[in-house]
Design a protein around this ligand. Structure first.
Ligand code: THU
Length: 140
């Protein structure tokens, strides 16, 4: 992704912090998922009093896209922090990496972790999920 595209994703992910529902952890996360068709799907984390039904920001964005028939993705930006204050990068949890593995090319799908529009790092999925198990492993 080009820098201007990355910065747009970072801004969009940061806007999602407003909608984060995190009354238990107080750790707010925002995500912006760029589809190859140019659409950006937005997500926030959504917690639950029973804890386990909680959903990460990344999966919120993926499930919104897939539920609308979009399954080709270029990259995602994730931002997060306690009470929405972005002091450190927020790497995707293992479950979210596995969801990415279902729909994204590990070599080319880009994951942007940011604290602001000038401070970010870009990884490909394979770097964050080496030797991942995906749809290709189930072909005969
Ligand atoms: N969380 C995310 O939304 N994405 C991640 O990749 C890491 C964790 C959320 C889940 C939970 O609501 C809160 O952050 C604390 O774990």
């Amino acid at each position: 992704m080009e820098k201007t595209q990355i910065q747009e994703l970072i801004r969009t992910a940061m806007e999602q912090l407003t909608y984060s529902y995190a009354p238990y952890s107080h750790f707010q996360v925002g995500a912006a998922l760029l589809a190859k068709n140019g659409t950006i799907y937005k997500g926030c984390n959504i917690e639950n009093a029973a804890y386990t039904p909680s959903n990460c920001a990344e999966r919120t964005a993926f499930f919104k896209a897939v539920s609308e028939g979009v399954k080709d993705f270029a990259g995602i930006c994730v931002v997060g922090g306690m009470n929405g204050i972005l002091t450190d990068l927020t790497p995707p949890c293992g479950v979210c990496r596995q969801v990415m593995m279902e729909f994204c090319d590990p070599e080319t799908f880009e994951i942007v972790l940011a604290t602001d529009t000038e401070h970010y790092q870009v990884f490909c999925l394979k770097e964050l999920l080496p030797m991942g198990f995906g749809p290709g492993n189930l072909t005969e």
